[in-house]
Design a protein around this ligand. Structure first.
Ligand code: GDG
Length: 475
């Protein structure tokens, strides 16, 4: 029977060692894991990926234990060595591709040793898939860490159904062309039958790169390479709407909200939640809050910013520097405006369980989501889904993929700090009926186009592309 094989850098379960060296298995709460959960756990389907830790040779027994446990739960682990984690993951993925694709190309490092490791690890993932795959299986590969895998598989399984989805933006041709390995990356992705992006603009940029670098044109998103047709399209990812709406109504969330509210007193609350990343605009957001408090002094003592920064990639230099910058800015603003009974910024450098997160979403009068660049951004969608009483205002960067769907939010350019400052003022003074109207509109869209809808849409489309290839004899 045909199976679905999901391939991503990380498995939906993270394996960690505790302080005694014992193994802990932590399920990912991320949207992708939820959306694809019902698929990879079904029948013989399987999820191929890295479990998040590495083993020294002396730990062979532990490695075997991890493999057995993950295999019994429909996962197939790909193990990476310490140097592969450094060169492939921290290196090419996060110091070359990530900055380039987020228009921070001045941060990008172009090192041959990084690319060589990337190619080697992509081959490792390909080999893991080939060990499992039958010719009629559907293979769905995710994200920028694995761009070479589709074509590597295609070379061995010419008839396979291969889908690829990019979770981050695809940059304009003028930025993408800076990469020394631009052609290899495009050829890698074009091993797919269906290539998906979050937005129409990402898709357009990809098609333009294919046209300028590979000299292949397209007809309404369809291209032909080596007599094979490939479809390129946008599939904006959704969230597990019911999970966030239900969590917002849960008794544990309500009691946390009461507890937090009591300790913060009667004031307006603004929320910011991100992984630590320069693409998320965290430092600029702090500067914006500083300008807001000085431009609208009547809000001093009357508004606090709850800022959650989730530790991420802290072994990469740029991320270490950003952490220091954020620490300094928070200290400076709290020192400048704070009083005995008011702290302007409540800053948390850690992650929280879902009921805490839901309590934050419920409490926030305003969500300030101002990335410099973001593939989609799920935090803004989760905020909307959590607002059961429909009161609250979303301020959203036009650089986030989500802004294309959430046009009822206050849309801002994060580089225009004064525009964002005025948007905060507008949000805080917005009549309740207007808040409810905008929120209801956004909730309707996010509920309809949720993560389950997204998974089905992509896989159905891949299926129909394959059918079409058969009919046209262009497989
Ligand atoms: C990539 C793309 C695209 C955050 N803090 C906590 C917590 N979170 C969860 C949020 C949300 C997720 O992390 C972050 O998702 P984003 O979409 O905002 O950002 P990336 O991690 O950069 O994701 C992005 C996404 O892929 C999907 O395609 O939207 O553009 O960069 O779900 O809720 N969760 C918990 N505690 C926290 O403290 N439990």
């Amino acid at each position: 029977m045909a199976r679905t094989i999901i391939v991503s850098n990380r498995l939906p379960v993270k394996v960690q060692r505790d302080s005694n060296g014992d193994l802990q298995y932590k399920s990912s709460e991320g949207g992708l894991a939820t959306g694809l959960g019902s698929i990879y756990k079904d029948g013989d389907n399987v999820w191929v990926g890295w479990p998040g830790l590495y083993f020294k040779d002396k730990n062979k027994a532990q490695k075997a234990e991890v493999t057995e446990k993950l295999t019994s739960e429909n996962m197939d682990p790909v193990y990476l060595s310490e140097s592969e984690i450094k060169l492939f993951y921290e290196g090419f993925s996060n110091e070359t591709l990530w900055p380039t694709f987020h228009y921070f190309n001045q941060y990008a490092l172009y090192k041959k040793s990084y690319y060589d490791a990337y190619k080697k690890v992509n081959q490792k993932f390909c080999d893991a898939v080939l060990e499992l795959a039958n010719p009629d299986d559907t293979i769905w590969i995710h994200d920028y860490q694995l761009m070479l895998v589709p074509d590597m598989i295609r070379q061995k399984l010419p008839d396979a159904s291969i889908g690829f989805f990019l979770h981050i933006p695809f940059p304009s041709f003028e930025v993408f062309r800076l990469l020394p390995w631009r052609r290899e990356l495009l050829d890698g992705v074009l091993g797919s039958d269906l290539v998906g992006f979050h937005t129409y603009d990402d898709m357009r940029h990809f098609l333009s790169a294919v046209s300028r670098i590979c000299f292949i044109g397209n007809q309404q998103g369809q291209i032909t390479k080596d007599r094979r047709t490939i479809m390129i399209d946008s599939f904006p990812i959704g969230i597990d709407y019911d999970k966030y709406a239900n969590s917002s109504a849960a008794p544990s969330t309500l009691s946390k909200e009461v507890k937090f509210r009591t300790s913060m007193g009667d004031q307006k609350l603004m929320l910011s939640i991100d992984r630590l990343d320069y693409s998320k605009g965290i430092a600029a957001r702090l500067e914006i809050f500083d300008i807001f408090l000085s431009k609208y002094p009547e809000y001093q003592n009357k508004i606090s910013l709850i800022m959650v920064v989730v530790p991420s990639r802290d072994t990469v230099e740029k991320y270490k520097n950003l952490k220091e910058e954020v620490d300094l800015l928070v200290g400076r603003i709290n020192g400048k405006y704070g009083s005995m009974n008011w702290t302007p910024i409540h800053y948390f450098y850690r992650s929280f369980p879902l009921d805490d997160l839901s309590a934050f979403y419920r409490m926030a009068d305003v969500a300030l989501v101002t990335p410099m660049r973001d593939g989609m951004n799920l935090v803004c969608k989760e905020y909307v889904a959590s607002k059961l009483d429909k009161k609250g205002v979303l301020i959203l960067s036009e650089m986030a993929g989500a802004s294309k769907e959430l046009s009822e939010a206050l849309i801002v350019n994060p580089n225009d700090k004064h525009q964002v400052v005025d948007a905060i003022y507008k949000a805080l003074t917005m009549p309740v009926e207007e808040q409810e109207k905008h929120m209801a509109f956004m909730q309707k869209a996010i509920k309809k186009f949720d993560i389950h809808h997204w998974v089905k849409l992509f896989l159905d489309r891949l299926n129909s592309v394959k059918e079409q290839q058969k009919v046209m004899g262009t497989k």
